[in-house]
Design a protein around this ligand. Structure first.
Ligand SMILES: CC(C)(COP(=O)(O)OP(=O)(O)OC[C@H]1O[C@@H](n2cnc3c(N)ncnc32)[C@H](O)[C@@H]1OP(=O)(O)O)[C@@H](O)C(=O)NCCC(=O)NCCS
Length: 173
């Protein structure tokens, strides 16, 4: 949870904990960013479960980006990272991701995990540039057009030395 400028703040952008009063704005951005967006219920459930949820704003209080992550035993799972379509490629995704990695490291996690659509070149490039490694595939994980399904690439960021051994048994399917 960050109330002051985040450690990886880009100029004039901050994040703070997401509240239920943010959801109208978050939903509008979610629908603009994805063909298969999360529902309001997905966000409400995440907040109710106490997941990490941050919103990132500029000085005019415009919503730039947000993320949701599920803390688990010795690892955290990134569930949603979204930057406003018109404001992508300005470092907001990387800033949130780096602060999330710092947060997870500080709570003692061995690794940060995520799934990303195989076709999501921007997401995969961001995660690879941030040190994530592709470790597997989940077949048909995502809905796709025409009743099809798309595979997810499973990626992992090791957060401390020895993390490989600690999480070697993590099930991918
Ligand atoms: C994926 C996403 C979060 C990236 O956030 P962003 O703020 O646009 O990315 P950043 O500006 O922080 O990029 C950091 C690095 O990631 C890589 N990257 C990001 N977008 C890229 C793209 N479109 N093509 C290639 N590389 C890209 C680059 O290495 C970039 O560094 P550089 O700009 O110095 O070259 C954003 O594009 C987004 O919200 N997409 C729609 C939702 C989504 O797919 N979320 C991820 C779901 S798993």
């Amino acid at each position: 949870m960050t109330t002051a400028p985040a450690r990886h703040a880009t100029p004039a952008a901050w994040h703070r904990r997401m509240a239920s009063s943010d959801l109208d704005e978050v939903l509008a951005l979610e629908v603009a960013a994805y063909s298969f967006p999360w529902s309001r219920g997905n966000f409400i459930d995440s907040l109710a479960a106490g997941y990490l949820a941050w919103v990132r704003h500029d000085e005019q209080q415009q919503l730039l980006a947000y993320c949701i992550a599920q803390p688990g035993y010795q690892e955290t799972h990134l569930l949603n990272l979204t930057v406003a379509p018109a404001l992508q490629r300005r470092g907001h995704g990387r800033a949130l991701l780096l602060d999330l990695a710092d947060w997870a490291r500080q709570r003692g996690d061995a690794a940060l995990w995520l799934e990303v659509r195989q076709s999501n070149t921007a997401g995969r490039a961001l995660y690879a540039a941030s040190g994530f490694v592709e470790v597997g595939l989940r077949r048909g994980y995502y809905p796709d057009v025409h009743q099809r399904r798309e595979d997810a690439v499973v990626m992992r960021l090791a957060l401390r030395p020895g993390a490989e051994a600690t999480i070697a048994g993590h099930a991918l399917d």
